[in-house]
Design a protein around this ligand. Structure first.
Ligand SMILES: Cc1cc2nc3c(=O)[nH]c(=O)nc-3n(C[C@H](O)[C@H](O)[C@H](O)COP(=O)(O)OP(=O)(O)OC[C@H]3O[C@@H](n4cnc5c(N)ncnc54)[C@H](O)[C@@H]3O)c2cc1C
Length: 305
């Protein structure tokens, strides 16, 4: 079995950029992805904030990045990494499929999953009416009506951004009160194009000819239902990092993110983290790619010691 200089776990923008930087530094790289290369951005049909691209589909961007790392010599596997063990200077990556791979360093770039509402046709509508990111997709709803599901800080922040662009923003909170900071609530609800429903459950996503048209909500107190027409639904009910399996190697913060700073280092020599999976303020393609570069260069320095 060959021993790779760098094994990257996760083939999103962070992982693929890490691979690119390690390869450009003359290192051998294996990148392991459990679903499809590209990560979350492949759910976006139109991305307009990646430098150098006026507009690009998430899939096209992911394909270009994948082609770039393959052209540089990356090896890849479609497998799910279950654990990473340290054996002296070796890092052994074991997969759910029963295979194992050996490397001298490992970069964990496992990303996040957005918590979903759990409704029928929700997956199909992601990028086609359902969004998770006002910074990314808010412009597509300029002058339109949108709903925001959630009531914590993320939902309030998303809604504040959307209220600057959209004709109307309707907050849908499933608890009796908004739980985000009072300061954010003050800013949001001072806007005259923002209305809200509390203690409501979204029970259906309504479509016509496969086009998203709005939601049905149910009042948790009296069980009554009503339809709300809107052009988009921003779901901000939490992110789920998938880092539990690696917590012996890299500390997790209270929300399950790798507790690492801008250096992308962990408490374990030879293990680095990059992208949305680590604790950070801004989760975007640009910041994921930046982490990938930082983590790869840190891994190269470690290897060159
Ligand atoms: C609908 C949508 C639209 C967006 N629009 C924009 C936008 O317009 N502009 C922008 O900048 N950002 C946008 N984002 C955010 C952007 O996609 C993320 O910030 C970025 O993809 C993070 O990259 P990442 O590599 O850190 O993580 P991810 O993209 O989450 O990639 C992580 C990868 O790791 C894999 N993985 C996880 N665990 C394992 C394991 N155990 N074994 C193997 N593989 C594993 C996952 O399958 C995934 O492919 C959007 C996100 C969504 C969901």
């Amino acid at each position: 079995m060959s021993v790779y200089d760098v094994i990257v776990v996760g083939g999103g923008p962070a992982g693929m950029t890490a691979a690119l930087y390690a390869l450009r530094n003359g290192k051998t790289v294996l990148i392991i992805e459990k679903e499809g290369f590209g990560g979350q951005i492949t759910h976006s049909p139109r991305v307009e904030n990646i430098p150098g691209f006026v507009s690009v589909s998430g899939n096209e961007f992911a394909d270009k990045l994948f082609d770039q790392i393959i052209a540089q010599g990356a090896e890849f596997e479609i497998e799910t990494v279950a654990s990473v063990e340290c054996d002296g200077d070796l890092r052994i990556v074991r997969t759910e499929e029963g295979t194992s791979h050996e490397g001298r360093t490992v970069i964990l770039a496992t990303g996040v999953k957005h918590r979903m509402l759990g409704l029928e046709n929700e997956e199909d509508l992601v990028g086609e009416g359902i969004s998770f990111c006002a910074v990314c997709d808010g412009d597509f709803y300029a002058g339109k009506t949108v709903c925001v599901a959630g009531g914590g800080n993320s939902a309030l922040q998303e809604a504040i951004l959307l209220a600057e662009k959209c004709e109307k923003v309707i907050m849908l909170q499933d608890l009796p009160k908004f739980t985000g900071e009072a300061r954010l609530q003050d800013v949001l609800f001072a806007k005259d194009n923002v209305t809200s429903f509390t203690n409501v459950k979204i029970t259906a996503l309504r479509t016509e000819d496969e086009t998203f048209k709005g939601v049905t909500i149910e009042d948790r107190a009296d069980g009554t239902s009503q339809n709300i027409d809107c052009d988009g639904l921003f779901v901000a009910i939490g992110l789920i990092p998938e880092n539990e399996g690696f917590k012996d190697l890299a500390d997790l913060n209270a929300w399950g993110y790798f507790d690492s700073d801008e250096q992308c280092l962990t408490k374990t020599p030879g293990i680095f983290v990059a992208g949305d999976c680590r604790s950070k303020q801004i989760r975007q393609v640009t910041t994921a790619a930046a982490d990938g570069a930082v983590a790869a260069l840190a891994a190269c320095r470690y290897l060159n010691q």
